[in-house]
Design a protein around this ligand. Structure first.
Ligand code: HEM
Length: 468
């Protein structure tokens, strides 16, 4: 690796005495909060340039928090034992329910993860490819030719439908009900994740009251889904995650409760729907501005290869990570993290964007260059769009498969027109950041091809009109 100009990007010196906290700005909390809200990306870069790759901020919600982007320190953080470092107290788990992976810590988190890993790996993933291809063909069948349109509403519908089918195992009326309810519930829930929970339910007059009403509706639908599955004589032949959850057992032989299943399904949707859709919109935004890569990619899709497509997806996630920060909280006093000694309760935020923008790890980081990942797979402690360690994204392989199949299907059926428009800006949607114009796309259909083979709809729904 070439030496970069920022001395602070170097690995922590082994013999350095540990300082208490990294340096940081001393302006009041509300000013730092305003900067974080209005220009998070630029603000982070400015602080990294000024203070180095670890700095302390003081922002609303977290109070004093350390922001890190030194790969060695981040690796130490991700691999620390849960007694020392675990999840943030204030996170999405507050709205997703006490059984959500986001809400669980320590042994309870480990126990739940062990049960949920099998559905997201190996043979299971191959079974979901067909669903992804069907949903992509169904959605793209209505794409206008020769006129610009934002990709994001389409990718939001594809990823929502895929999760409802592959994860919830939903069909018919329940599929339609969940499709109408969940995007609204997740949007409100992600806004409420950091808002204090009121002691009483003020009903539809308060945001929490509205959220709880939606949650009751959701629980009733999931109850019906579970009843249907338990009466399904072919349950053991089903591949959807709900069916697998119902048949799985903890080490002591007990089954997941209905509440645990409901919380976990909601978690998978909240974590996997918008993140995958926004990354796909960024892929379109990046590819249209890099015609040489786009053309090679189309050739590869025709000949059945996938190496470049995989490298493109990795480079899109490096250069346009849709989640800015991954959070942890120090659980024991005086935790030594590289050069620093952190007090119990301190929030530590890993800046994914700053790690991916480090020229010592990724030379010429502002250049979109999938070739970086052609020869070697990404190092999972330097390339961290899915976070890391024992809390790394559970759906990473699922998301990678899904993005791969969506792109392959689109490239086989359409020619994506390049553009010389300026890069789209970042737009924060709450959970994930999307291209501000939704990844504007202009396409021409290449053949009558694959879309003619879309199977008859089995779910009684139209591809358009869902919430995006
Ligand atoms: C491109 C798409 C995706 C991105 C960028 C993404 C990113 C992330 C990140 C940054 C985390 C936090 C990791 C950490 O704290 O170290 C996370 C956690 C998680 N993600 Fe994803 N995710 C994606 C897709 C998915 C999908 C498709 C699913 C499931 C269907 C999923 C399920 C989860 C779950 C359950 C967690 C919590 C893991 C735990 O706490 O143990 N994600 N994801």
């Amino acid at each position: 690796m070439a030496a970069g100009p920022r001395q602070a990007a170097a690995p922590p010196p082994r013999t350095a005495p540990s300082a208490a906290l990294p340096p940081g700005p001393s302006v009041p909390r509300f000013v730092q909060g305003a900067v974080a809200l209005t220009s998070a990306q630029r603000g982070m870069r400015r602080m990294r340039d000024r203070y180095g790759d670890a700095f302390t901020v003081n922002v609303p919600i977290f109070g004093h928090a350390v922001v890190m982007s030194n790969p060695a320190e981040v690796k130490q953080l991700f691999t620390a034992r849960p007694e020392m470092v675990d999840n943030l107290d204030r996170n999405l788990g507050r709205v997703l329910g006490p059984g959500s992976l986001f809400a669980l810590a320590g042994e309870a988190h480990h126990r739940q993860r062990k049960l949920l890993i099998p559905p997201f790996h190996g043979r299971r993933l191959a079974a979901y490819e067909r669903i992804v291809q069907e949903e992509t063909l169904r959605e793209t069948a209505a794409w206008p030719q020769g006129q610009p349109f934002p990709t994001l509403p389409s990718t939001m519908r594809i990823t929502l439908n895929v999760i409802l089918r592959a994860v919830f195992g939903a069909q018919g009326a329940q599929f339609d009900e969940l499709r109408a309810l969940l995007p609204r519930a997740i949007k409100l829930g992600s806004q409420l994740a950091v808002v204090p929970v009121p002691k009483i339910d003020l009903g539809r007059w308060s945001p929490w009251g509205r959220f709880w009403a939606m949650r009751r509706e959701y629980d009733a639908i999931v109850d019906r889904l579970i009843d249907t599955a338990l009466h399904d004589s072919a349950l053991d032949e089903r591949d959807d995650v709900l069916a697998l959850m119902l048949q799985s057992r903890y080490d002591d032989g007990s089954a997941m409760s209905r509440d645990e299943i409901a919380d976990q399904l909601l978690t998978l949707l909240a974590a996997g729907h918008e993140t995958t859709a926004t990354t796909l919109a960024w892929a379109v935004e990046r590819l249209r501005r890099h015609p040489a890569v786009l053309s090679e990619l189309a050739d590869e899709a025709d000949t059945g290869g996938s190496a470049l497509r995989e490298a493109v997806i990795a480079e899109v996630q490096r250069s346009r990570p849709v989640i800015d920060l991954v959070g942890r909280q120090v659980k024991a006093d005086g935790f030594q993290l590289g050069r620093w000694s952190l007090p119990k309760g301190m929030a530590v935020l890993v800046s994914i964007a700053l790690m991916h923008d480090d020229e010592r790890t990724f030379p010429n980081p502002r250049l979109f260059d999938p070739a970086r990942f052609l020869a070697a797979k990404p190092d999972l402690y330097q390339w961290v769009p899915f976070g890391g360690g024992s809390r790394r994204c559970l759906g990473a392989s699922f998301a990678t498969m899904e993005m791969n199949v969506v792109l392959r299907t689109v490239l086989r059926d359409f020619r994506l027109e390049p553009t010389d428009e300026p890069d789209e800006r970042w737009h924060s949607r709450g959970v994930a950041s999307a291209p501000a114009d939704g990844g504007r796309l202009v396409v021409r259909r290449r053949t009558a091809g694959l879309s003619a083979q879309v199977p008859a709809r089995t779910m009684g729904t139209q591809s358009t009109g869902a919430q995006s």
